[in-house]
Design a protein around this ligand. Structure first.
Ligand SMILES: [Zn+2]
Length: 359
C-alpha cells in the first residue's frame, strides 16, 4: 500500500519522476500527461493521448479539479492540441481520479465517453448514495461491520458524512464496453479486455500490434491496487482480480502503460510479481487465522495481525481510510481462501468469522 516509492520512480519517457508535468512521448503516437492528485500519496494519474487524423482519443480522464484541467490543457497545448481536439475518452474504471474530468469535459464539449459495462452497478450505487438512498448492504460501513470492525465502521461513517458526491461530475458514459470490442483508433486496434478486481467493471486496452498495454489500475508498476473498494462491492473481488491477472498474462508480453507510476517494459514481469505477492499474502492470512486458536478470526482480527505498507506498520498506526482499505483487503483474501475451501466461514452476530478447516 505504500505509495512513496511510486512518487520518486523515474519514467523512461520523461527521464524524470513520472508525475513531472508535461506531455511525454510514451510510444510512437502516444503521449503521457500526468495530472495532479493533491493530498493523495499516489501524486498523479496518467492520461494517455492517442493522436489520429480525426482527433485525439484519451485513455482515462483525470479528476475533475481545476489544477488537473489546467495541466491537461497545458500538456495538450505543448503538442499543438486543445480540449476540443479530444473526440473520445476511453475510461478504465469509475473511480473519480479516472472518470470525472472526462465526464465534465464531455458534458461541456460533447466528447464521447466509453466505460466498462461492469461499472454500471457502481455508478448506480453512487447515484443512489448522492440522492440519499441507503446503499444496499450499508456500503463500505456495512462491509466494515461484517469485517468485525464496528469502531472503524463508525469512524468511516463519521468521516465520510461530509463528503458529498457532486453528480455534475459523474453522468453516464455514451458507450458501455462489454469486452467483446476491438476499437479502431486511427491506424491502431485496441482490444477491450475486462479485468474486474480493482473495481467490478475495470477494463484494460491492449494494442498488441504496437506492443502496448494501457493498464489503468489493474497492473501498477510499484504498488498493488486496492481490491474491491467500490460503491457496489462484490463477494470475492480478489478471486476476480487474480483471474484478471491471468487473463492479462495470457496476452503477449507488452509495454506497461499504467495509470499511476512510470512506464515499464514488461506486463508479464509485473503480473508475475503481483501474483506472487498475493499468494504470499494469502498464506499469511491463512496462517494468522490458524494461529488465533479455535474460536476463529474476523477480517479485522487478521488485518491486526499483519504488517502494512513497506514500513511494516501495524493496523492501529494507519489512519481511518487506510485502516479501512487494509481491513477490506484482508477480507478479500479471506473470502478467496473460503472460496477455495481452505477456510471455513460462519456468520456470528453479523460478522464473518473464519476458521481453519484442519482444526
Ligand atoms: Zn487510480
Amino acid at each position: 500500500m505504500s505509495a512513496s516509492s511510486t512518487a520518486r520512480a523515474v519514467s523512461p519517457d520523461s527521464g524524470a519522476p513520472w508525475s513531472e508535468p508535461g506531455a511525454w512521448p510514451a510510444a510512437p503516437g502516444v503521449h503521457r500527461i500526468p495530472l495532479p492528485l493533491p493530498n493523495d500519496a499516489l501524486r498523479a494519474v496518467n492520461v494517455y493521448v492517442l493522436a489520429t487524423e480525426q482527433g485525439l482519443t484519451l485513455i482515462d480522464g483525470g479528476w475533475a479539479i481545476a489544477a488537473a484541467r489546467d495541466r491537461l490543457e497545458s500538456g495538450l497545448a505543448s503538442i499543438g492540441a486543445g480540449l476540443r481536439d479530444i473526440t473520445r475518452f476511453l475510461v478504465t474504471h469509475a473511480h473519480r481520479d479516472h472518470y470525472t474530468l472526462a465526464a465534465v469535459i464531455a458534458r461541456e464539449l460533447g466528447t464521447h465517453v466509453s466505460l466498462g459495462a461492469g461499472e454500471r452497478a457502481n455508478l448506480e450505487a453512487l447515484y443512489g448514495v448522492a440522492t440519499g438512498e441507503r446503499p444496499s448492504g450499508g456500503g463500505t460501513v456495512g462491509v466494515l461491520r461484517r469485517c468485525g470492525a464496528p469502531t472503524l465502521a463508525d469512524a468511516w461513517g463519521r468521516e465520510s458524512r461530509g463528503m458529498r458526491v457532486d453528480l455534475d461530475e459523474w453522468g453516464h458514459p455514451d458507450t458501455w464496453l462489454d469486452g467483446t470490442e476491438s476499437l479502431t483508433v486511427g491506424s491502431r486496434t485496441l482490444d477491450v479486455v475486462p479485468t474486474p478486481g480493482h473495481t467490478r467493471g475495470h477494463v484494460v486496452f491492449a494494442d498488441t500490434d504496437a506492443g502496448l498495454l494501457f493498464a489503468g489500475d489493474h497492473v501498477l508498476p510499484t504498488i498493488t491496487p486496492s481490491i474491491g473498494f467500490e460503491p457496489a462491492p462484490v463477494e470475492n473481488p480478489l478471486g476476480d482480480f487474480l483471474t484478471s491477472l491471468a487473463r492479462v498474462r495470457d496476452l503477449p508480453d507488452l509495454r506497461l502503460l499504467p495509470a499511476h507510476g512510470p512506464v515499464t517494459d514488461s506486463s508479464h514481469a509485473r503480473v508475475d510479481e503481483l501474483l506472487a505477492h498475493h499468494e504470499q499474502r494469502l498464506a499469511a492470512c491463512g496462517a494468522a487465522v490458524g494461529a488465533s486458536g479455535a474460536s476463529g478470526s474476523t477480517a479485522h482480527d487478521v488485518a491486526g495481525a499483519l504488517p502494512w505498507t513497506r514500513h511494516a506498520r501495524s493496523l492501529t498506526e494507519l489512519n481511518t481510510f487506510d485502516a479501512g482499505l487494509a481491513t477490506m483487503e484482508t477480507r478479500a483474501h479471506l473470502e478467496l481462501l473460503a472460496a477455495r475451501g481452505e477456510l471455513l466461514r460462519e456468520d456470528v452476530d453479523g460478522a464473518a468469522v473464519y476458521s481453519s478447516t484442519t482444526a
